[in-house]
Design a protein around this ligand. Structure first.
Ligand code: GLY
Length: 574
């Protein structure tokens, strides 16, 4: 604290001056949000500082953002096992230095034996837990194919080079922090039936302690096999044998043929525009890109900046857009290889205008009265990381095994967790999944089909130049998290730290309720929203709040990165 020496008679003036100085300077120097990291040459931000450092190691050695993303992706499988994964899948939106944007779908697929009613009992009711906590909950993993496909097409480094940090972290181990120690000790209680899981997440049957060295020798061997043999190191050979053996132990469905048949797909990005910025998102089977563009289209005619961040007026506007967009998600979105997704309609400005034409400035609508939209008669535990290099290559990658620690089953001898992504399918028309999302025929289970996702890796550019790389985990809240980061940057002109750190809110049509981050909606704003008719406003009942948007902003040649302060993580600059 400041200590002032002063003569008795002028002490008061000096104190007043000091106080004034403090008040004025606090406006400029003390923000509620943590300080971002800055660089001109490159940035990686992820849920694990060790994984971000793995990416930076590759950038330092001359690799590009794609090389760094692949290194970070494999490292997350080691340092953030609850969601970072090789037993799951994801989506990547990549902006290349030449300005082209490409997207890679490496979402899991239903095994060939899957069928529409596979999680229903004889009476047609969903069998509780079957699509989440069993071997049968696992879809065919896509992460390894996805990361290697990205590397082959746009990377500049060898597989051996980019996988070296992950292999080192698995084999030599790393010091367990409080976050991971607590996670392991909690989740182990739900893994007692699975020897591979207990071997991984307990210290020879005992609880891990903060500061223990966490070594994963089986995972290290699996990663070495992939590094040596490429995709055949996972989808064929000894690792595939271990996956299939694990399936046999628990009546799982994945066969050698399912593994061999898996292929990631390059898809056209969803492209939208918002107030002169270009928005690049992931197309179906993710619902993220479509819904974000649709909602931005709905909000564009409104002066969001003038309404003011956090005002009841702007929250009302956005909740009403979310309500309508999520209703469309339930009806219209699924795997485009199996279902004709009306993407052009969902992302068109005319459709958004029509869909939002019943918006009332001072009245909330009723979710039960809001069906899915259509053109007039004539006519979806995850983790996200962002990477930028100094040449303008950007990677936005969200990856998941669905629930935290997936189906809780580590493939014995191979050291990685399996996903429970099958729960993202619509198991039965209008029945809620773990995120309370409902779905219909567009997202019904079929062999080889990809389940609908909410993952929304997003890149924003302006006049062909990089602006924002963002995305988030959070199931159904992914889409609204990314929407708010984008609008905080574009509408409210925030720096990356404020744009990511400030509280968020979420509505998903059904159930008709509003979740918000603690302190995110003031008591009088809440009252104003209730008067308008918004129902069931409550603080999110889980963890550290809504989303985990590890993001990067590029402005005037400066790259700023932040890991979402809601959780552990690390933004590391080059
Ligand atoms: N598993 C969550 C999602 O893909 O939306």
């Amino acid at each position: 604290m400041l200590r002032w020496r002063c003569a008795l008679n002028n002490c008061k003036q000096i104190r007043i001056f000091a106080l004034l100085l403090l008040v004025i300077s606090s406006q400029w120097t003390f923000a509620a949000s943590p300080e971002a990291k800055y660089s001109r040459d490159g940035m990686v931000t992820s849920r694990s500082e060790l994984a971000s450092k793995a990416g930076i190691e590759i950038l330092k050695s001359g690799g590009n953002a794609i090389d760094a993303a692949v290194a970070t992706g494999f490292a997350l499988a080691v340092t953030y096992p609850s969601a970072g994964n090789i037993g799951g899948g994801g989506f990547a939106v990549i902006r290349l230095a030449d300005g082209n944007v490409v997207t890679l779908d490496h979402r899991e697929k239903a095994p060939a034996s899957a069928h529409k009613d596979m999680y229903l009992d004889a009476e047609g009711n969903v069998i509780k837990g079957e699509s989440r906590n069993t071997h049968k909950a696992a879809g065919v993993p896509g992460s390894v194919d996805g990361l290697l496909t990205m590397l082959e097409k746009y990377g500049s480094k060898s597989r051996k080079e980019v996988m070296a940090p992950a292999i080192r972290l698995a084999k030599k181990g790393f010091v367990l922090n409080r976050d991971l120690t607590r996670q392991f000790n909690n989740v182990a209680q739900r893994m007692t039936a699975y020897p591979g899981s207990m071997e991984t997440f307990t210290n020879k049957g005992e609880k891990y302690q903060i500061g223990d060295i966490f070594v994963q020798k089986h995972l290290g061997k699996t990663l070495e096999t992939i590094s040596r043999r490429g995709r055949d190191g996972f989808y064929a050979g000894p690792v595939a044998d271990l996956i299939v053996a694990e399936m046999k132990r628990g009546n799982g469905e994945i066969t050698h043929k399912d593994l061999q048949d898996y292929q990631s797909v390059w898809r056209a990005p969803v492209k939208g525009s918002y107030r002169g910025y270009d928005i690049w998102g992931m197309s179906a089977p993710s619902s993220g890109g479509a819904l974000i563009v649709q909602m931005l289209n709905m909000f564009e005619p409104f002066d969001v900046k003038a309404m003011g961040w956090g005002s009841s007026e702007v929250i009302h506007l956005m909740l009403e857009g979310e309500r309508r967009a999520y209703a469309d998600r339930a009806e219209h979105l699924g795997d485009p290889d199996f279902y004709e997704v009306p993407m052009a309609m969902l992302t068109s400005k005319d459709y958004a205008k029509m869909r939002f034409s019943d918006f009332e400035k001072e009245k909330a609508s009723d979710s039960n009265a809001i069906g899915a939209g259509s053109w007039p008669a004539e006519s979806p535990q995850t983790t996200h990381f962002s990477v930028a290099d100094g040449d303008g290559n950007l990677v936005s990658l969200t990856t998941t095994i669905n629930s935290s620690y997936g189906n809780k089953i580590v493939v014995q001898g191979a050291g990685f967790l399996l996903n429970n992504e099958m729960d993202d399918f619509s198991l039965k028309e209008n029945t809620r999944n773990q995120f309370d999302l409902i779905g219909r025929s567009a997202n019904a289970i079929a062999p080889g089909k990809r389940m609908l996702s909410s993952m929304s890796p997003t890149i924003v550019t302006k006049d062909g130049k990089p602006v924002l790389v963002t995305g988030s985990p959070g199931g159904s809240t992914i889409i609204t998290t990314v929407l708010q980061v984008v609008m905080n940057v574009i509408d409210h002109e925030m720096n990356i730290s404020d744009a990511v750190s400030l509280p968020r809110f979420h509505h998903q049509w059904l159930p008709d309720r509003v979740f918000y981050d603690e302190y995110g909606i003031s008591p009088d704003t809440k009252k104003a929203l209730e008067v308008m008719g918004h129902k069931d406003l409550k603080v999110v009942p889980w963890g550290r709040g809504i989303g985990d948007a590890n993001s990067i902003l590029v402005k005037d040649g400066e790259i700023s990165g932040i890991h979402d302060p809601r959780n552990e993580g690390g933004a590391v600059g080059l």
